[in-house]
Design a protein around this ligand. Structure first.
Ligand SMILES: [Zn+2]
Length: 331
């Protein structure tokens, strides 16, 4: 994903049919829950050591570039892992086309559902593919990256949460959505007006063809780049505009349980990420938890060969994993 320019903000807002500053209309597109929540039982303990090992296992496959052997092996591995913990697993296999390069990519979305019959649901999602290039690096720009953080960290946190929910089952439905082909998009230089969606292709497919007919959830949480040392999670802009009540609830929980040094209430940028396509195409208000540095950007390792195991910090994994788990147990 990337940080958008002002023009793209206007385009996105027009896709939502209403202007960014019209709060009352936003509610109708992404209805937000405003009832008082009761602080309930403490969530199970999120194990950051396990999550760290789950990132290592992904990196060991090699770059999970769509169409590669590593990609296929990782898809099989995610399915094998999530099957241990949830009631139902769905696999979506299709082909998507990057609209600027016109390259076709095999796309495998994997969904694991807990309590699939319940109507009260929370959607947790992250992408699992890795970027085919290191276009933000100064060397070997045409080589794929390890992608420990982008997106190994999100996958690892979701799998570790699923493992904990196996023994402490929540009284709501939870869907784990691992989306493919997020990261083959073109930079702003190649797509200056940003009027074509070149990122998040797997999510767009899923949102238009959900794994069960008429699928919906109360709200969603999207994780992206959630494992690096020094990560900061300010309030991402599209989430704030379209899922602000949920975003506030998540940040309040994070701050209450001790992670204020990660989850700040500062305004972050407007980020093209999977949550945008979920809100645009299936109208589930969805909050992005994504590393946005105060100096701008996603951290120096973003889309470079520095996105490897050395950047991963168990303390960051813990902050995000425990926060998301607590959100599940306060619903
Ligand atoms: Zn990326």
């Amino acid at each position: 994903m990337f940080q958008k320019i002002i023009a793209s903000i206007i385009i996105f807002c027009s896709l939502f049919l209403f202007s960014c500053h019209d709060d009352s209309n936003e509610v109708s597109l992404a209805p937000q829950l405003v009832e008082n929540k009761v602080v309930s039982a403490t969530a199970p303990d999120f194990n950051a050591d396990n999550a760290y090992e789950l990132i290592k296992q992904q990196v060991a496959f090699g770059p999970r570039v769509p169409g590669s052997v590593a990609h296929k092996k990782c898809a099989e591995w995610i399915q094998k892992e999530i099957k241990k913990y949830v009631d139902t697993v769905y696999e979506q296999k299709t082909t998507v086309i990057q609209p600027i390069s016109n390259v076709k990519y095999p796309c495998i979305n994997i969904i694991g559902s807990i309590n699939p019959a319940l109507t009260k649901r929370i959607l947790l999602l992250c992408h699992w593919d890795s970027r085919p290039w290191a276009d933000e690096d100064v060397v070997n720009q045409d080589k794929p990256i390890d992608a420990a953080d982008d997106a190994g960290s999100g996958v690892a946190i979701l799998l570790e949460i699923a493992a904990k929910l196996k023994t402490t089952k929540p009284d709501i439905g939870v869907d784990f959505l691992f989306v493919d082909v997020e990261d083959v998009g073109k930079s702003e230089l190649e797509n200056p007006s940003n009027d074509i969606t070149t990122f998040c292709l797997g999510t767009t497919y899923w949102a238009l063809h959900p794994h069960v007919p008429n699928y919906t959830a109360d709200f969603g949480i999207c994780l992206d780049m959630v494992g690096a040392k020094g990560a900061q999670f300010p309030l991402e802009g599209y989430s704030a505009h379209n899922a602000g009540d949920y975003q506030k609830r998540i940040w309040d929980i994070a701050n209450r349980i001790g992670y204020s040094s990660y989850f700040s209430y500062l305004a972050g940028g407007m980020i093209t990420d999977d949550h945008v396509e979920v809100m645009r195409n299936i109208h589930i208000p969805t909050v992005d938890i994504i590393n946005l540095q105060p100096s701008g950007g996603f951290g120096k390792h973003w889309h470079t060969h520095q996105d490897n195991m050395s950047i991963i910090d168990k303390a960051t994994l813990k902050a995000v994993g425990q926060t998301v788990m607590q959100v599940l147990f306060e619903n």
